[in-house]
Design a protein around this ligand. Sequence first.
Ligand code: GDP
Ligand code: MG
Length: 487
Amino acid sequence: MRLPDPALVVLVGASGSGKSTWAGSRYRSAEIVSSDALREVVGSGEHDLDASTDAFALLEQVVAARLGRGLTTVVDTLGTDVSRRRGWLAAARAAGLPAVAVVLDTPAGVCRSRNSARDRPVPARVLTSQLAAVASAVDLLEGEGWHVVRVAPDDVPDDAPAAAGEAAARATTSPAGRTGLRGVVLQLSHFPAEGDLLTWLRDMVAAAEQAGLAGIALMDHLVQIPQVGRAWDPIPEPWVTLGALAAPTTRLRLGTLVTPVTFRAPGVTAKAAATLSALTGGRAFVGVGAGWWEREHTAYGLGFPSARARLDALERGIETMKALWAPGTKPYAGRLVSLPETTCYPRPVGELPVVVGGGGDRTLRIAARLGDGCNVPSDDAGLAKVARYLELVEEAGRDRATVHATVLDLPLVGRDRDDAWSRVERHRGRVAAATFAARHHAGTPSEHADRLAGLVERGVTTAFVAPVGLAGPDDVLALAPLATAFG
Ligand code: GDP
Ligand code: MG
């Protein structure tokens, strides 16, 4: 069972039904607002009923403040007060958050025996009236507009650490043996400024192979881009670096995401990619794009023509690469490109896919007609472009089963909820925490695996993932559950 997140979650259950235990095993303590805990804050202890008024005043304030910021809020009270529920539901709606009522369906006898085992049990008749109040509340919830979830005792949270560990172990012990680009490709975009670069890269790719990922993609930029880091952060030349990764890897697909056609004559990129394909037994791919960042062009003495001219160059570039990789050395005369001969040895081994980055309509048309795949963001707008791309592929008379519909995904991955949240705090800069968490789907590896698996029905074959704050091999190993998301 996976609840929406962020969300308002209101617990409903008698004393001893297991509300606090359920919440504590799934949410960070700061996300749980508990009337008992607040009685202890403002009174003599959890059971200080004289402190209830003060405790509930604080509770309402905390709930309103958190929901107002779009933060997940778990309300741990009996949940039987209709007017409080109505207020919380309205606050969640105002904040645009889903409202979930979690009913603890624990048998009365179990509540009673747990209650009597406590240091300060609730009096038996109080518990009886709680049980009756819970039963009548349960009848009202749907009608009030709650999304109702019922939890039986001993429900093991499905993202408990043990379950995630098993998934990781499965992915690690059975290397996927996947062919092609299908699956999760790790995009490395941020590199350490200190220490030995080759050692770091070898450790990262060893972890990626162990985690069962499908490949490694490197950005092709001359200066580190502001979306990732500072201009003086290192960003190695990708084709040289991919050559270094050919040796220590045996399964991973290796390529760029994406090489701008404005950097090198496409024939030279074709030569580099064919060489990488030969060095890796056919594991190379080429991402290509029109180029977008003027600064790196001018800094390196390159021209930066108009958008239209760059797209023309992209079209010619793909045609040139494909012509050079075709069998033989015969002259080539195509729509836009003519070459007197096509002599390119060593030849690529097997498929050498060209993935075209960018979501503009002309880019998608070029990708559909000439390329072997597209690459767009993984958000809703990007997924609409995947659909458009697949339509264009069919319009071009091609089979959509033969192309790579890929997305770029920037997940924030935490070992558990606490770790995910501390990473949100570390990386969010001045962006509101809830906004940043939503933008990067902050969550555990198994949550990301479920989310990526959901992209398959949208036609996506491959996710290039560039996790926020990815630093070392442990962060890569943590991606193991994602490796199986594409089947
Ligand atoms: P609350 O009063 O509804 O918040 O209930 P608690 O979460 O404090 O749980 C009451 C008692 O039941 C505690 O001693 C828990 O350890 C125990 N408990 C809670 N959930 C479960 C469960 O799913 N299985 C078992 N066996 N014990 C549980
Ligand atoms: Mg409790």
